[in-house]
Design a protein around this ligand. Structure first.
Ligand code: ATP
Length: 235
């Protein structure tokens, strides 16, 4: 008797108009584990996350959350099942302040605690609580998106390029934050440009190439120089 995967894509194909961008993609995110999805630009990483969260319907195949078929379930209902999708550089309310964004996501009574936690993880956010989110830098908006997502207490988070455009020191904070989510038992499907760092946090890895899975398995073997070169090196 095993627990159902937090997320499963089964033989998924997806297309934009006439162009097929995912072919027979199968992947599994186990509860409480970190799964890295790696691949060159245009390989279909973002599209895979969109299919998982329901923003794009697959042309073939199924999507399962906690073992239940959600292929035809609307995105907001999947969110209600504990799935949280943080799209690349978005997922926040630009016209609300940082504090208001966090307050909206925190459960009642936990607002101050949520804000304190966010400020502890990302001090720069703590200094900008009264500022409109839309006026933050791209990197600050991504930090806010991560904190806001955390406050919704999801059990599965899909993160698209959380470190895009961030200064190296802030990238460290982002990866520390992802480790925190992992330590809390939240399952993560992580797409990030820093393949090496993603693999170090991840338990499982998938490499996508031109819409197909080129590698699936434990993340650790890909850290080996030859394997890394073969699957990730030049894409
Ligand atoms: P990147 O890191 O560049 O975002 P990716 O692996 O996330 O790459 P996707 O964004 O999933 O790749 O894109 C996969 C393919 O689908 C690419 O060839 C891209 O040009 C194409 N594509 C993406 N979005 C659309 C769209 N809305 N309409 C048409 N084609 C699209």
């Amino acid at each position: 008797h095993t627990t159902a995967p937090a997320l499963e894509l089964r033989d998924v194909s997806a297309r934009y108009g006439e162009t097929t961008v995912l072919r027979d993609v199968s992947l599994t995110v186990r509860p409480g584990r970190v799964t890295a999805l790696i691949g060159p630009n245009g390989a279909g990483k973002t599209t895979s996350l969109r299919v998982a969260s329901g923003l794009l319907a697959p042309s073939e195949g199924q999507v399962l959350v906690d073992g239940a078929d959600v292929t035809r379930t609307a995105p907001h209902r999947r969110a209600g099942l504990g799935l949280c999708h943080i799209p690349e550089g978005r997922g926040i309310y630009r016209n609300l302040t940082v504090r208001e964004n966090l307050a909206m996501m925190a459960s009642r009574g936990a607002v101050e605690e949520g804000i304190e936690k966010a400020a502890a993880a990302f001090p720069v956010l703590g200094n900008r609580l009264g500022q409109k989110a839309g006026t933050l830098s791209g990197g600050e908006q991504q930090m806010l998106a991560l904190c806001a997502a955390h406050l919704r207490r999801p059990h599965l988070v899909l993160v698209d390029e959380p470190s895009l455009g961030l200064a190296p020191i802030v990238v460290d904070l982002v990866f520390e934050f992802l480790e925190t989510l992992k330590a809390e038992g939240i399952a993560l499907l992580l797409v990030d440009q820093y393949a090496l760092r993603s693999l170090k946090v991840a338990d499982t890895a998938y490499v996508l190439r031109r819409g197909r899975i080129a590698y699936s398995g434990d993340a650790a073997p890909l850290l080996d120089g030859n394997m890394f070169e073969q699957y990730i090196g030049e894409g």
